[in-house]
Design a binder for this molecule. Structure first.
Ligand SMILES: CC(C)(COP(=O)(O)OP(=O)(O)OC[C@H]1O[C@@H](n2cnc3c(N)ncnc32)[C@H](O)[C@@H]1OP(=O)(O)O)[C@@H](O)C(=O)NCCC(=O)NCCS
Length: 175
């Protein structure tokens, strides 16, 4: 039985568990999907397992993480998305999302971003979110813009890469 943190019209954001390993490993082993994530290299099953362990820990300690995203109509794991603390830059909280490529172009990332940001502002009382994406990742930039994130400019503080930093304050969020 999954523990659901937030629901959208079509998706459930769920507390991660090790039962998600097969589903997430299948998604994150694909090179095209991972092109704009971190250093752009697909993740091995072991790397996905480490990240799920970390996500479970964040959830327990901080009440937030990149939750496992399930498509309600098919009960299928389609990706991850949510909020994570960026420990290397003060108390900033980052919004992020990633979907398996079979699930792109359906408006799902926009639903995940809205639900995650709303949870952050309403349930966790956060007063600011940041989001970082590669300049070339036009779909991700479009998602952030639709949801109300403002582009602040280039930064190389995050993850050691040159990327676009965005921020969203509670009243900016397009729900
Ligand atoms: C980026 C990603 C999350 C987008 O997910 P998605 O569910 O397809 O996004 P949505 O359908 O909600 O919205 C995408 C928007 O980008 C637009 N878009 C798509 N391709 C585009 C392009 N080449 N140029 C400009 N806009 C583009 C779409 O038209 C849509 O906007 P609209 O609703 O105004 O038409 C998904 O492609 C993904 O998971 N990619 C791999 C991982 C990744 O890059 N994650 C983000 C890291 S920052």
């Amino acid at each position: 039985m999954r523990e659901i943190i937030a629901e959208t019209n079509r998706l459930q954001l769920c507390v991660p568990t090790m039962d998600d390993l097969d589903g997430l490993s299948a998604l994150w082993s694909d090179a095209e999907t991972m092109r704009y994530i971190g250093s752009g290299v697909p993740w091995t099953r072991e790397q996905v397992q480490e990240r799920i362990e970390r996500a479970i820990g964040f959830c327990a300690d901080k009440g937030m993480t990149f939750w496992t995203v399930v498509e309600e109509s098919t009960d299928t794991i389609i990706g991850q998305g949510g909020l994570v603390p960026i420990s290397f830059n003060g108390d900033e909280i980052e919004l992020g999302y990633r979907l398996g490529k079979d699930h792109w172009g359906k408006g799902y990332a926009t639903e995940i971003a809205r639900a995650s940001a709303a949870y952050g502002f309403d349930a966790l009382n956060l007063d600011r979110l940041v989001a970082v994406c590669y300049e070339q990742n036009l779909p991700s930039r479009a998602v952030l813009k639709k949801v109300g994130f403002r582009k602040l400019g280039q930064s190389d503080v995050y993850y050691g890469v040159h990327a676009l930093l965005h921020e969203c304050l509670p009243y900016d969020l397009v729900r």
